[in-house]
Design a protein around this ligand. Structure first.
Ligand code: NAP
Length: 495
C-alpha cells in the first residue's frame, strides 16, 4: 500500500479527457479534482462535458447499441469477469487513488474496491443465470418462453462516496445486460471514474458501448436525463437530485417512444436501536463503527442512535468513550480511522448542522471544525438528548455527526426510527426475540441488521437498497437487480 501511495502520489495532476466512441475528447473547460486532506493538491484534471459532448455521447451509445445488444450474454459476462481480474491486479493502485481523491482511510478504500470487484463477478454470473430466461408454465399444444432482452442507452450517474464500487456496479449491470452506457461520475471524483472507464476498455468493452462523461450535474444532468435517446437512468445520490431525475424522466419528449425507467438509490437517516436486553459493549462498538466509517459519508451510516431509557446513560458513555479514541487525520497514514469530508461544500454543510445541533442537543463529543484550507476535517461529533423531531435527527447530514435519542421502551424506539422520510438501513441490538421479530417486519428500512453494524453491505449476501424516499428499492447486488436493466418478453408458439 505504501508503494502504491508513492507511485500514485507521483502521478497526481494529470489530465483525463472524456472518452466517447473509444476516442479521447478534449473539452474547453476542465474539472480540477482536489485532495480533501490537502485542497491545495490537485489529484487530476478531468474534462468538463457540455451539452455538445453529452449529445455526442448519447448518439454514439445509440449507434453502438445494435451490435452490443446482439453480442452474446456469455461474451458480455466474460468481459466483466476480465474487468474484475484487472481490478484485482490493480487493486492497490486503485486504493491509493481513493485515498487521495476520496479521502478514504485504507480499510474503507479496500472495502470499496473489493465491492467493485464483487459487483463485476456477481452481475456477470447473474447474466449467465438469466440468459435463457426463466421457466414458466405452458398449455398443451403451445410452447411459452419468457426471456429478457436489453433496453437501450442507459445514463449512469454516480455519487462521490463510493466512486469505484457504485460506478462500476451500476455500469456493469447495465452493460452485461446488453445496454450501452454513458457514465457521469461525480464532479468530486472524476479521476477514479476515469480509471473505471479505462478498466472497462482494457477488459474489452467495445468502443462506443461505454462513454466516460465527466461534467457538472448542474450543466449536463438535465440534458442527459431528458433526452429522447435515453432509455433508462441508473442513479445513486441525494434525495433531491433523485427526485428531480425521476420527475424529468417521467416527461415524454418529442420522438420518445418509451416510458423511461429510473433506478434511483438515494439518501438515508439510518437508525440503530438498542433495547434493555442488548449486549451493550457490542452495541456501542457497532454504533461507533457505523456512524464514523468514512466520516459518516455513507448512505447506510448510523446517524441516529435510539437508546432504551434504562440503558441510555451506559450506552451513551461507551459510545462517547470509543468515538473519542478514533484517530482523525490525512488517510495516507495507515493508522487514521477518520479522514476528511469530501469537499468544501460538504464541509460547510456539515459545519452548519453542527451549529444547528447546539440548539437541539447537548454536544458530548466534538468541537467546531477548523479552517477548511487545512483540509476538510470534521471531528467525530455526538449530540445527546436530541428530540426525535429535531432537524439533526430528521435530515441527512452525511458527516461524522451522531444524534442520540432516548426512547421510553421498544415500541417508542421503533416509532422514532420509522418516523422519518428515508428508509435505507436500520439496526436493532437486542436479545429479545419478540423485539427482533417485530423489527423484522415493522422497521421501515430496505436493509435491517440485528446485533451488528449497519454499513458495508456485501454483494450477493446483503442486497442493498432503500424504502421510502431512500430510493426505488432496486437492491444492488441482489437477484432482482439485473432484470431492472432489461425488458421481459413473452413469446408463445402454437404447434
Ligand atoms: P448528488 O449531489 O445528488 O450527486 C449525485 C450525482 O448526481 C453526481 O454525479 C452529480 O453530479 C449528479 N447530479 C447533480 N445534479 C444533477 C442533475 N440535475 N441531473 C442529473 N444528475 C445530477 O449526491 P452526492 O453528494 O454525490 O452523493 C451523496 C448522496 O448519495 C447522499 O445523499 C447519499 O446518501 C447518497 N447515496 C446513496 C446510496 C444508496 O445506495 N442509496 C449510495 C451512496 C450514496 P455533480 O457531482 O456534478 O453534482
Amino acid at each position: 500500500m505504501r508503494a502504491a501511495l508513492a507511485g500514485v502520489g507521483g502521478a497526481l495532476g494529470r489530465s483525463y479527457p472524456l472518452i466517447v466512441g473509444g476516442k479521447r475528447i478534449e473539452t474547453d473547460g476542465e474539472i480540477a479534482s482536489l485532495d480533501p486532506s490537502d485542497p491545495s493538491r490537485v489529484v487530476g484534471y478531468a474534462g468538463r462535458a457540455t451539452e455538445r459532448e453529452a449529445d455526442m455521447a448519447l448518439q454514439t451509445a445509440t449507434e453502438a447499441f445494435g451490435s452490443w445488444s446482439r453480442t452474446t450474454p456469455e461474451a458480455r459476462a466474460r468481459i466483466m469477469l476480465r474487468a474484475a481480474g484487472i481490478m484485482r491486479r490493480r487493486k492497490f493502485e486503485l486504493l491509493a487513488w481513493e485515498v487521495y481523491e476520496g479521502g478514504k482511510p485504507w480499510s474503507e478504500a479496500d472495502a470499496q474496491v473489493a465491492e467493485a470487484i464483487d459487483f463485476l463477478e456477481y452481475y456477470a454470473r447473474e447474466m449467465l443465470r438469466l440468459k435463457d430466461g426463466v421457466p414458466i408454465y405452458a398449455v398443451p399444444g403451445e410452447e411459452s418462453r419468457y426471456f429478457y432482452q436489453p433496453m437501450g442507452v442507459g445514463v449512469v450517474i454516480a455519487p462521490w462516496n463510493f466512486p469505484t464500487a457504485i460506478l462500476t456496479g451500476m455500469a456493469s449491470a447495465a452493460l452485461v445486460a446488453g445496454n450501452t452506457v454513458v457514465m457521469k461520475p461525480s464532479e468530486f471524483t472524476p479521476i477514479t471514474g476515469a480509471l473505471v472507464a479505462e478498466i472497462f476498455e482494457e477488459a474489452g468493452v467495445p468502443d462506443g458501448v461505454m462513454g466516460y462523461l465527466p461534467g457538472y450535474g448542474s450543466e449536463i444532468g438535465d440534458y442527459l436525463v431528458s433526452d429522447a435517446r435515453t432509455r433508462f437512468v441508473s442513479f445513486t445520490g441525494s434525495m433531491k437530485t433523485g427526485l428531480r431525475i425521476n420527475e424529468l424522466a417521467a416527461r415524454q419528449v418529442e420522438r420518445q417512444r418509451w416510458i423511461k425507467r429510473v433506478i434511483a438509490e438515494m439518501g438515508g437517516k439510518d437508525a440503530m436501536i438498542v433495547d434493555d436486553s442488548a449486549d451493550l459493549d457490542s452495541a456501542a462498538a457497532d454504533i461507533v463503527k457505523s456512524a464514523y466509517g468514512y466520516s459518516g459519508q455513507k448512505c447506510s451510516a448510523a446517524s441516529r442512535a435510539i437508546l432504551h431509557a434504562d440503558v441510555y446513560d451506559e450506552v451513551l458513555g461507551k459510545v462517547v468513550e470509543r468515538a473519542r479514541g478514533l484517530k482523525i487525520g490525512a488517510p495516507e497514514s495507515a493508522d487514521v480511522s477518520v479522514g476528511p469530508v469530501i469537499s468544501e461544500p460538504q464541509f460547510e454543510k456539515v459545519s452548519g448542522y453542527i451549529d444547528v445541533g447546539k440548539d437541539e442537543g447537548e454536544r458530548v463529543l466534538g468541537e467546531d471544525p477548523g479552517d477548511p484550507k487545512n483540509g476538510y476535517f470534521v471531528p467525530p461529533t455526538i449530540y445527546a438528548g436530541v428530540d426525535p423531531g429535531a432537524k439533526i435527527a430528521q435530515e441527512e447530514i452525511f458527516g461524522p455527526v451522531l444524534s442520540v435519542i432516548r426512547a421510553r421502551d421498544f415500541d417508542d424506539a421503533l416509532k422514532i426510527a420509522n418516523d422519518n422520510p428515508y428508509g435505507l438501513t436500520g439496526g436493532v441490538y437486542s436479545r429479545n426475540r419478540e423485539h427482533l421479530e417485530r423489527a423484522r417486519h415493522e422497521f421501515k428500512a430496505g436493509n435491517v441488521y440485528f446485533n451488528r453494524g449497519i454499513t458495508g453491505a456485501l454483494v450477493g449476501v446483503q442486497p442493498f437498497g432503500g424504502l421510502g424516499l431512500s430510493g426505488t428499492d432496486s437492491k444492488a447486488g441482489g437477484p432482482d437487480y439485473l432484470p431492472l436493466h432489461m425488458l421481459a418478453r413473452t413469446v408463445v408458439e402454437r404447434f
